[in-house]
Design a protein around this ligand. Structure first.
Ligand code: GZL
Length: 321
């Protein structure tokens, strides 16, 4: 009995956990090796998320193999295949877009290497392809943005012309922040989205698209940007057009990274819905449980809040990212 028990434990420790024979991890012993495929380095949020993952792996004693996909799905698929070849104990990744993952996730499953989704979701129907999804509720984030707008304009019946800077086309945050926001504002016909286009979550693209919006829509009242970085780029465009951001055009963004919170405190943004990038500690806890073969929740939703201009002034000095 004792020998059998020891054997079982040693297999589990080498990553044989929930995935059966699993990867040897390339390190043997109790150490866990994680292969992590990151979206890219497109925004302040992503930079903070990468730091959280890397610091947390170090603190957890997990060997991290890390790759930056430069926002290309084919690079993420290549990275996941490489981790399978290296027989890592577990794979975690933030899928740049929702679709097109079933084949490579089946390869990981066949190789008995468990997968954790972090930050963004996939639209695979087969939920046995991953052990859990850790990340924000993006629909809820979009709803919070819409709810602020409804409250902000409750005493006026005049039309409110909105332009929207969407995140990366096909990504879960872009799809869900768009639908959550639209669901709330559709209750009042005064709200009109007059233009909506992707800014790919970057400042540069956000500025470029906002410049085009301003040329074709001289009377914009509100900008809803799916992240701070696009909102900050849009602020440059708005000021370049001789308008005052936060006053002539009210701005709602999502993330609450430091630069966004500074613009909120300065009155250039009106409201920010928080989306926490600090997923590293929870990711490493989940990874240890999965490798040991322990049950984990299918969905772990990150806690987050919202900020007004006044609240930003109060918390700015305490922000971690
Ligand atoms: C959201 C994350 C998004 C951020 C953007 O969890 O995927 O990607 O909102 C980032 O800033 O680029």
């Amino acid at each position: 009995m004792v020998l059998a028990g020891l054997t079982a434990m040693s297999v589990a420790a080498c990553g044989g956990g929930s995935g059966g024979s699993g990867g040897s991890g390339g390190t043997g012993g109790d150490a866990i090796t994680m292969g992590f495929s990151q979206v890219g380095a497109e925004s302040g949020w992503r930079t903070a998320n990468t730091k959280s993952v890397q610091d947390s792996a170090k603190n957890a004693g997990i060997t991290l193999k890390f790759s930056d996909a430069q926002q290309k799905q084919e690079n993420q698929i290549k990275a996941i295949r490489s981790y399978i070849q290296q027989k890592v104990d577990i794979i975690a990744f933030s899928p740049v877009v929702e679709s097109g993952w079933d084949t490579v996730l089946k390869e990981a499953k066949d190789a008995k290497i468990p997968v954790i989704l972090t930050d963004r979701a996939v639209d695979s129907k087969d939920t046995t392809l991953y052990k859990t999804f850790l990340g924000s509720d993006f629909i809820e984030e979009g709803k919070k943005a819409g709810q602020w707008l409804v409250e902000e304009y409750k005493s006026s019946a005049d039309p409110v012309k909105i332009v929207e800077l969407q995140g990366t086309t096909g990504s879960a945050p872009a799809n869900d922040r768009k639908s959550g926001f639209a669901d709330v504002i559709k209750a009042e016909t005064k709200f009109q989205i007059v233009a909506s286009q992707t800014g790919d979550f970057t400042r540069a693209k956000g500025k470029e698209v906002m410049e085009a919006f301003l040329k074709s829509n001289p009377d914009i009242d509100v900008l809803y940007a799916h992240n701070d970085d696009m909102g900050l780029g849009a602020i440059e465009a708005i000021e370049g057009a001789g308008k005052v951001p936060g006053k002539d055009i009210k701005i709602i963004t999502v993330d609450a990274v430091k630069d966004g919170m500074q613009a909120l405190a300065d009155g250039k943004i009106n409201y920010i819905v928080e989306c926490s990038p600090l997923l590293g500690p929870q990711l490493m806890d989940l990874a240890k449980k999965v490798v040991k073969g322990e049950q984990v929740p299918a969905r772990v939703v990150t806690e987050e809040t919202t900020f007004t201009q006044e609240q930003a002034k109060q918390v700015l000095s305490t922000r971690q990212y």
